[in-house]
Design a protein. Sequence first.
Length: 280
Amino acid sequence: MKKPCWSSASYKTMDRRTKVYFTSDAHLGSGYHADPRAVECRLVRWLQSIEGDARAVYFLGDMFDYWFEYRTVVPRGHVRFLGQVALMADQGIEIHFFAGNHDVWFADYLEQELGAQVHHEEALVTLDGKTFRLAHGDKEYCGLSWTNRFLYRLFRHPVARCLYAAIHPRWTVGFALSCSLRSRKRGVRKATVGQIPHAYHNEYFEIEKEWLVRWTKAHIEEHPEVDYYLFGHRHLLVDLALRGEKRIIILGDWLQYNSFAVWDGSALWIDQFLEEEDQV
């Protein structure tokens, strides 16, 4: 077992760690960010602000705009974010990364170097007697169209991964980031996609038509044991009460909301990381 790098001063704060944090969709490295370094530094400052009371942090996918691990090579960049996460893991804070549709190709780097737990599928987690269903949301979104189902299966197919790995990174990295940027810009130009409200317009929309809400309502019928559903993926900031005390939360993003959810052992809520310049 590796010896942790924490100090005795850090260890003394363990009894104060009572909260669990959830966030997603920072898309670190994306060309859509006006200043990618500033976004990463903001995310690091948020992590620093919670490390005193966090017992666990769940990243529910697409924290990186692109991630592909070769056997001995990982994407450059994100060192401030990864360093802060490693520091928190060394202090005994549980770190969980869920694969999203942009960073689907995690291997063992985050586990070996950061001490994180990596999830390639949804997870049921019990916290203080409550059952949380955690997922990025792209798998659930497959029910919306055949193209979503096709892409989901393609990117996770071992043969496709093997063939992609055979191409030199000088071609794959630029190609993947440019595809992501084009997709993001196309999305921003759309006010709606059929009956599905889009994230970057229509601040007030008919939330009942959102696919993840419809999917969750159907899922509850067969899985009454789940109390809370948490998703990323959609870049929407949603906290919706369902039947009884059940709820669905869609975590927003770090492109416009700088948002996250918090569980303190008895209550669950959404919050935003606002700094002085945001409040002027």
